[in-house]
Design a protein around this ligand. Structure first.
Ligand code: TXA
Ligand code: MG
Length: 318
């Protein structure tokens, strides 16, 4: 159900959940101050309890008193990239941030989104926890229709149209020496160089190790269709190919276009929508054309496609 901002404010303030647009993906919002609403997020999404949530704010001043340690260059990062698709994981004073939101970790994740309706709501209602508005494991929602697919037509949604970025925020944390990227996202690693003076390393989840970003532990971004990553296509490549408008495919291949190899931003914007269309069209199997560069935004696109294609068993962290 599409609702107005004032209705969204009323629902949130009475302890309900509302789906909200952001510039990255739609979020499933609950007020940080309502523990039962936070619980409802985990239940509704089917989200593992040990996967913490991002706290969304309207202004840095709100979180400043909650933070235990302010790592170097945090001011420059916040000034340059907020409001926007950057999330920072920071050590917090536990009494200020509900344990449930941070899944018991000594840290919490913070972001100031730039989508105007949601920013306005945050300024009116106060901080919201907001995971992506999809059932756990499914591709994130980048339109109100995607939210309805996962949560039904009666679920309250503020419709902000299609999300501009189409990929989740880039998450950084400071390891004591430098900032590291713990989840690739809508901001490519290179954009941090002018601010930090170095390229923040990408911290990949290691097998068997506790990942810095708990969400990276789980199956994610997956349509029901089985995806196979490929760099070779022949006339008898069976099924659908997820590919590019300016790449060559043998005759007979059925290509579903993700965008152009020259415009990774458009590919990013379309990605989850195309993955969701596979399910809508009852396609059970697709090859994914991985013949694209491994730099900039393509790194995030490659990571999402790889994770969408791999079944990772959901298991509890030790
Ligand atoms: O763009 C986005 O970030 C979207 C929009 C709605 O803002 N939100 C989003 O939330 O992607 P979610 O819940 O789908 O992903 C949040 C990720 C998870 O992988 C979680 O493990 C990680 O952030 N995270 C949250 N708190 C953390 C913490 N204290 N330490 C490490 N990772 C954390
Ligand atoms: Mg998510």
């Amino acid at each position: 159900m599409r609702i107005s901002l004032s209705k969204a404010q009323h629902l949130l303030e009475t302890g309900h959940l509302v789906a909200l647009p952001t510039e990255t993906v739609y979020g499933l919002g609950a007020l940080l101050k309502y523990p039962q609403a936070i619980d409802a997020i985990f239940t509704l999404k089917g989200r593992p309890n040990n996967n913490p949530l991002i706290i969304h704010l309207a202004a840095v001043e709100t979180m400043a008193p909650w933070v235990e340690e302010l790592p170097e260059q945090i001011g420059q990062l916040a000034e340059t990239f907020w409001p926007g698709p950057m999330t920072l994981v920071l050590k917090v004073k536990p009494e200020f941030v509900p344990e449930r939101a941070r899944a018991g970790l000594p840290t919490a994740a913070f972001r100031i989104p730039s989508q105007p309706q949601t920013l306005e709501l945050l300024a009116k209602c106060g901080p919201l926890v907001m995971p992506s508005a999809n059932l756990s494991g499914r591709p994130s929602a980048t339109s109100a229709q995607h939210v309805e697919e996962d949560f039904g037509f009666s679920f309250p949604i503020v419709d902000g149209g299609a999300c501009q970025k189409g990929l989740e925020s880039t998450i950084l944390m400071h390891d004591g020496q430098k900032w590291v990227i713990i989840r690739l996202g809508a901001l490519q690693p290179e954009v941090f160089v002018p601010v930090l003076g170095y390229l923040p390393p990408i911290q990949h989840a290691q097998k068997g190790a506790i990942p810095l970003c708990p969400g990276q532990h789980y199956r994610h971004y997956s349509p029901k269709a089985k995806l196979t990553l490929s760099s070779q296509f022949s006339a008898d490549s069976k099924g659908i190919v997820l590919g590019f408008s300016d790449a060559a495919y043998p005759p007979g291949c059925h290509v579903k276009i993700l965008g152009s190899l020259k415009q990774p931003e458009i590919v990013a914007e379309n990605l989850y929508s195309v993955l969701r269309q596979l399910d809508e069209q009852k396609i059970h199997y697709a090859l994914v054309d991985m013949r694209f560069p491994r730099e900039g935004l393509w790194l995030t696109i490659a990571e999402r496609l790889t994770r969408a294609s791999v079944f990772q068993e959901v298991r509890q962290l030790p």
